[in-house]
Design a protein around this ligand. Structure first.
Ligand code: TXA
Ligand code: MG
Length: 328
């Protein structure tokens, strides 16, 4: 059984770093979602991590480091990558770059690719843990493969209690959706996954538009997507999701957005509002915990009100579309 410790306890970070150094698995908060960490340089720890999540080994992991100089030891940065790192690290941005020559990250963690995903998380607990270990930490979202990402220690335990060594509890993750993934390869910057850093901020920093490289959710060709974890049916709750709902059907639960509820809302099996004031930042922070809560209530179907696509709305709509996609 996983031990759970408030990250604020005096020796909690030390113990977590010791467990990682010994090849164990530690879940920890980041500003986006909780990650399941392993020592990135330890191939058997990485193998244990894939097994704990039930994650296919063709799906590579993000290497987390505590700053830009540590990131330069893993990957080759071009001018655009340097600009993005300077503007947004630490923060909810992952860069996919050519793997550096002396990169110490285990081959398994990058699934045999010649690229590597690197991120510098902003959360102080993540920062402290990585600094204490003194090595890169691979950390996928701390959920079983295919489930909704966790934004609290409770979510982590619900999925992984019997498969990991420790959860550092640092309260809810403030951003609530995973990092934005950008690839900077061969002079092109492409958006592989919309996430906690809005596209608009990226385009402002670069002074140009970025292309969208990942397949549309549900697209037939997601056998080999660019961010291999972005399969259409990822992030699936048990209940069916009905998107852009403008009325509620009998027996449905309602995932609302904004001050005005649609017709039939009073009869909904249960109602949670992502943001009663219609704020996409607040909605992102609530998205995964509200989905988990409505799913736990046992509704067969969750009606989801329309959510604007600007700012964090792009990531929210992406995750909802994946949660609504047919299961495989
Ligand atoms: O916010 C986040 O990014 C969280 C926290 C814990 O940092 N982590 C996270 O990891 O979401 P994960 O493993 O759930 O999602 C990482 C995504 C996957 O879709 C994976 O396929 C993609 O990043 N990825 C990793 N390495 C890649 C690479 N070299 N090229 C393309 N995509 C890559
Ligand atoms: Mg994930």
């Amino acid at each position: 059984m996983a031990q759970r410790r408030p990250a604020s306890e005096p020796d909690a970070i030390d113990e977590a770093a010791r467990i990682l150094a010994a090849g164990g698995l530690v879940a920890f908060p980041t500003e986006t979602v909780y990650g399941l960490g392993a020592d990135a340089t330890n191939a058997s720890a990485v193998a244990r991590l894939y097994a704990a999540k039930g994650r296919p080994a063709f799906n590579p992991l993000i290497a987390h480091v505590d700053g830009r100089s540590a990131a330069h030891a893993l990957a080759r940065f071009d001018a655009a990558a340097d600009k993005l790192a300077a503007a947004f690290w630490p923060g909810p941005l992952t860069l996919v770059l050519p793997k550096g020559a002396g990169c110490p990250v285990a081959e398994l963690a990058t699934a045999g690719l010649d690229t590597i995903a690197v991120r510098v998380p902003a959360h102080p607990i993540a920062q402290a843990l990585i600094a204490r270990l003194g090595r890169p930490v691979v950390a996928p979202s701390a959920n079983r493969s295919g489930h909704v990402s966790p934004t609290t220690a409770d979510h982590v335990l619900a999925d992984l209690a019997d498969r990991i060594d420790l959860v550092l509890d640092g309260g809810p993750s403030p951003v609530g959706v995973e990092s934005t993934i950008l690839a900077s390869l061969g002079g092109e910057v492409a958006l592989l996954r919309p996430g906690g850093l809005p596209r608009e901020a990226v385009e402002r920093a670069l002074g140009r538009a970025v292309s969208t490289a990942n397949e549309a959710p549900g697209a037939p060709d997601d056998e080999a997507p660019l961010a291999p974890g972005m399969l259409a049916s990822h992030y699936a709750p048990r209940a069916a999701l009905r998107l852009d709902a403008r009325e509620i059907r009998p027996g449905e639960a309602l995932l609302a957005f904004g001050p005005e509820l649609p017709p039939g809302a009073a009869l909904a099996a249960s109602v949670l509002n992502l943001s009663a004031r219609g704020d996409t930042v607040e909605a992102a922070a609530n998205l995964f915990s509200h989905l988990r809560a409505l799913d736990r209530d046992g509704a067969h179907s969750i009606a989801v009100m329309p959510i604007p696509r600007e700012g964090l709305g792009e990531a929210i709509n992406d995750r909802l579309a994946r949660a609504a996609a047919p299961r495989r």
